[in-house]
Ligand binder design. Structure first.
Ligand SMILES: [Zn+2]
Length: 949
């Protein structure tokens, strides 16, 4: 396509920008303007179509520099029967100070679909707050008419078992690739949901050869907003608090909540807890789009992902050819249009499978991702782009304005940046990616087919050939969690009906077999294997480990025995272990504790029943009943049965109440403390607690500062909030204006999950003192992960020293061994091993005086052998550091986890430690304290192992 002559336009001054009442005032003006539409032909483009002069005028005025536009987006066809965004929303896309709420976004797509045969809307479900989720499919009339057959073809190409090469070729020739675009996963990244509406309209209406070719050869899918709840909450926040931000050196902080629970981690939700991610996954598995493209905002001006190292070696090598194939094309096209600051290769890697859009590469598709420069709203802002080196930083690694081989025309150091600039870049790049796809649809489909084919073949040629999850594990409820999460992702699982013998041993009937010779065999391997990080000099963007078995404390055995593939199995759809209960007339029941997290739910379902916890193991007949088991009187049979059976637990009948030490499983009055500035990790705890039916109060600075905590609560949990102790105490600085987060008629989404007239200021030292009083008066304070630095650094436990590892230490979420030092302590009910796998979760290291040696319940042995999966550089720095400590303070206690016992919805094996602490909070110190054990003199004969610290 020939380029248009571009005329520099002067940057728009602030006074020229539309006011907040823009939408109301502009619609009348536009109606007048439309009456004067003339035929505009695009020079050199080989077509003539009536264009919308009002749009062109706006686009030019709202673009801050002429080079921030392109010939692909400086025009828009005049509306003739098919509604443009302005017809429905009252404004053109990229209007300053205007963000659309989700209902209006949906209204636009539905209005568009109502007036054209080129659009079909697929309903996919609803969000936590009840907003509908949809996918909008756009293509030529005949492609939309043929959608169902095309869908079936893609399913066959994605699972080519039984297809010959000729049949595959024939299918490829008759099929259009679906290119699925996601916008608005992160609610502060406000541009994509706006831009996508304009793209949809353009794809439906424009007659240029480029757009016609895309329409003919590609089915474009649009997920209008991947987090609809967050879109509305952020938009309300923007209008109320952030709309006047004009300089990024003095920004108003973002909204405290987006969606219901997990904020930015909706892109780390490896097990698809979020409803909209889950709905998207269900759509994905039904439609199998070969390309998925996730739109984000952060680095300037536009970064297009190409899958840089570390790359997950289990993924097909074809992927690492096709990702840069398209991203290099986009970079070349935009650079050719004169747009500076477009780059690739230098940001985000392809290691962890946990990002939402990676559902495509996990399932043999192709993933694309942009980071476009965005202002966290639609206000034009002066932006400063890392012009200088920060302390300890490498200029070339951190300064995105520096020229690099992968960034040939870098972004500017300062720039006035608008929503329309953001739209221009993203839409131009997307049209370039769609151009490439429309020119090579057969190659895209061939690659998709070949990657799917290779995944099946690799399962027969590369060990492990299968994973066995033995069916005789003491706790089958955690096995069920793993099985059902694998099934959710479309992985096939079979169950054996007879014992099988493999190289690795015998496995009983009822074991689960995940054979690798299936379309998603690679994904099964990625999720179940131990992660061997390829190069300890590389960094990774998120967790370096996620091995499901280690995270869940479920035994998973990889097999190098090919005969596993021939074992007879029954396909498993969902697995739900049945609970059992003994005879109704028993004197009492013992609910066996083998570490199920469903024991927690059981306790809450029996909240009106006396539930005692056996402190020691005992026997009934030949049956050993472990410590931690619940003992419940026989008269509660009906209530117990109603809970135990669906929860998959075992209640044995006892002929008498056992004569062992027991204590009541406590139901403490429980509060969870949240800062306003970092609600995400708190959100994961809230998610787990809600799902496990655990009642709690969520409290914030105002409740803490008010005091009187002990009269309201027995236990306060301070979850890891991912930041320093100082930031947990002081939180959002008292700068600028008050920041209300309260529900009003104008801003109905505010005030959800917590409410404050001003979220600034933190609990402060006043709050710390109230927490200290709470503990002193007999309360139990439980801190998780990095929050465990607060008691030591702010004097609640003055004997604890807190330090940080050296700069050489690097531990992006590995799974490590921890050593249980007090196995009889209630915290370890349900655990039988004294070495447990836990996810590394802290940047703070604790040190206790020697006299407190007996207050440490679990520690990190240190050294490379401690690392079970993923990467930890400098593992000797954590040698013998406490992992769990309980210290008495006044008449209360502070229980500090340096692990995070609820890390996302992921480390199920650790959850019980936190629940044990709740149910037995009064008895945690029973075997703690007392004089330390004096160590023996080391003998010279003791050889240190090679990796010893
Ligand atoms: Zn993002």
């Amino acid at each position: 396509m020939a380029t248009l002559k571009m005329v520099p336009n002067k940057p728009m001054s602030y006074s020229e920008r539309p006011s907040r009442n823009y939408t109301r005032s502009m619609s009348k003006i536009m109606l007048c303007a439309l009456a004067f539409v003339a035929l505009i032909s695009m020079p050199g483009a080989g077509f003539a179509q009536t264009m919308d002069p009002v749009f062109a005028e706006h686009q030019k005025a709202w673009t801050t520099k002429h080079e921030f536009s392109s010939p692909l987006v400086d025009h828009l066809p005049a509306s003739t029967g098919v509604p443009s965004p302005r017809d429905v929303l009252g404004h053109d896309i990229g209007a300053p100070r205007v963000l659309d709420r989700y209902a209006d976004i949906l209204k636009y797509y539905r209005a568009l679909a109502a007036k054209t045969k080129r659009v079909k809307i697929i309903e996919t479900g609803a969000t936590e707050e009840g907003r509908p989720t949809v996918i909008v499919l756009i293509s030529a009339d005949e492609n939309i008419a043929n959608l169902e057959i095309n869908r079936q073809n893609l399913v066959k190409l994605g699972d080519p078992r039984g297809l010959t090469e000729d049949q595959a070729k024939d299918l490829i020739a008759r099929t259009k690739p679906i290119y699925l675009i996601l916008g608005g996963l992160h609610s502060a990244e406000t541009g994509p949901p706006e831009m996508l509406m304009e793209l949809a309209y353009r794809l439906v209406t424009e007659d240029s050869p480029l757009i016609a070719s895309i329409r003919q050869n590609v089915i474009v899918g649009i997920n209008p907003t991947t987090d609809p709840d967050g879109r509305d909450r952020y938009t309300d926040w923007y209008y109320r608090n952030k709309i006047d931000d004009t300089d990024d050196l003095d920004p108003v902080p973002g909204a405290p909540y987006w969606g219901k629970y997990i904020f930015h981690d909706n892109n780390r939700d490896i097990n698809y807890t979020g409803f909209s991610s889950r709905n998207l996954l269900a759509f994905y598995l039904q439609w199998r789009p070969p390309i998925m493209h996730d739109l984000h905002e952060s680095v300037p001006f536009l970064y297009t992902f190409s899958g840089q190292a570390p790359q997950n070696p289990s993924l097909d090598p074809i992927l690492f050819g096709e990702m840069p194939w398209i991203s290099n094309f986009e970079m070349a096209q935009l650079t050719k249009y004169g747009m500076p600051g477009v780059w690739t290769h230098g940001f985000v890697d392809e290691w962890s499978p946990g990002y939402v859009g990676f559902m495509s590469t996990n399932h043999n598709g192709l993933f694309k991702m942009y980071e476009t420069f965005g202002n966290g709203g639609a206000t034009t802002e002066l932006r400063h782009i890392k012009p200088v080196e920060g302390p300890g930083e490498d200029l070339h690694a951190s300064d995105q304005t520096v020229r690099e081989w992968f960034r040939p025309n870098p972004p500017y150091k300062t720039v006035e940046w608008s929503m329309r600039d953001n739209t221009n870049y993203m839409e131009t790049a997307l049209l370039s990616a769609l151009q490439m796809t429309s020119e090579f649809p057969q190659q895209i489909l061939e690659n998709f087919y070949r990657k799917s084919f290779n995944s099946i073949a690799a399962g027969r040629t590369e060990a492990p050939y299968a994973f066995i999850i033995p069916g005789d594990q003491a706790d089958m409820t955690k096995v069920a969690l793993v099985i059902n999460l694998l099934r959710l992702q479309g992985i096939e699982i079979g169950r054996t009906s007879a014992e099988i013998t493999l190289k690795e041993g015998k496995f009983p009937a009822g074991s689960f077999l995940v054979k690798r010779d299936q379309p998603y065999g690679r994904l099964a391997k990625i999720l179940l294997e131990k992660q061997k990080f390829p190069d300890s000099k590389l960094k990774t963007y998120d967790d370096s480990a996620w091995s499901m078995g280690m995270m869940a404390h479920v035994k998973v055995v990889p097999t190098a025995d090919l005969t596993a593939l021939d074992a007879t199995v029954q396909p498993v759809d969902q697995y739900r272990p049945d609970g059992t209960i003994g005879t109704a007339s028993a004197a009492a029941f013992a609910v066996l504790d083998h570490g199920s997290i469903n024991m927690a739910t059981l306790r809450y379902r029996l909240r009106n029943v006396s539930v005692r916890i056996a402190e020691q193991p005992f026997k009934t007949g030949d049956q050993e009943i472990p410590a931690g088991s619940f003992v419940i009187e026989g008269k509660a049979y009906e209530k117990l049965k109603a809970a135990v059976v669906p929860l998959g637990l075992t209640a044995l009948a006892l002929d008498k109440v056992p004569n062992v030490p027991m204590h009541e499983a406590a139901l403490p009055r429980l509060a969870i403390y949240s800062t306003w500035g970092s609600t995400q990790n708190v959100g994961w705890i809230r998610y787990a607690f809600d799902r496990l039916e655990t009642p709690y109060e969520l409290i914030f600075k105002d409740e803490i500062r008010k005091g009187g905590l002990r009269s309201n609560y027995d236990v306060i949990i301070v979850p890891s909030q991912g930041r320093s102790a100082k930031s947990i105490v002081f939180d959002i600085p008292m700068r600028g204006k008050p920041l209300p987060y309260t529900k009003t008629a104008e801003f109905p989404t505010q005030g959800a999950y917590g409410s404050s007239p001003d979220i600034r200021g933190g609990m402060g030292l006043v709050g710390v003192e109230e927490l200290r009083k709470f503990v002193n008066d007999g309360g139990t304070l439980i801190t998780l992960g990095d929050s465990s630095a607060v008691p030591g650094e702010f004097g609640i436990t003055p004997d604890i020293e807190v330090s940080r590892p050296t700069k050489a230490f690097y531990a992006p979420g590995p799974i490590v061994n921890a050593k249980v030092l007090k196995p009889a302590n209630p915290i370890f009910y349900g655990y039988t091993d004294t070495t447990l796998t836990v996810r590394w979760a802290t940047t703070a290291l604790l040190a206790l005086p020697f006299r407190n040696q007996n207050d440490v319940l679990m520690s990190f042995p240190g050294g490379d052998k401690m690392v079970q999966s993923g990467l930890m550089v400098g593992a000797c720095e954590v040698k013998n550091r406490p992992a769990i400590v309980d210290l008495p303070v006044g008449s209360g206690q502070v229980l500090m986890f340096m692990t995070n016992p609820i890390h996302r919805w992921q480390n199920f094996g650790e959850f019980r430690m936190l629940y044990n602490a709740l149910f037995s909070y009064k008895g945690l110190r029973k075997d703690l304290g007392g004089p330390p054990v004096m160590p023996d003199e080391p003998t010279a004969a003791e050889d240190k192992p090679a990796d010893a610290c």
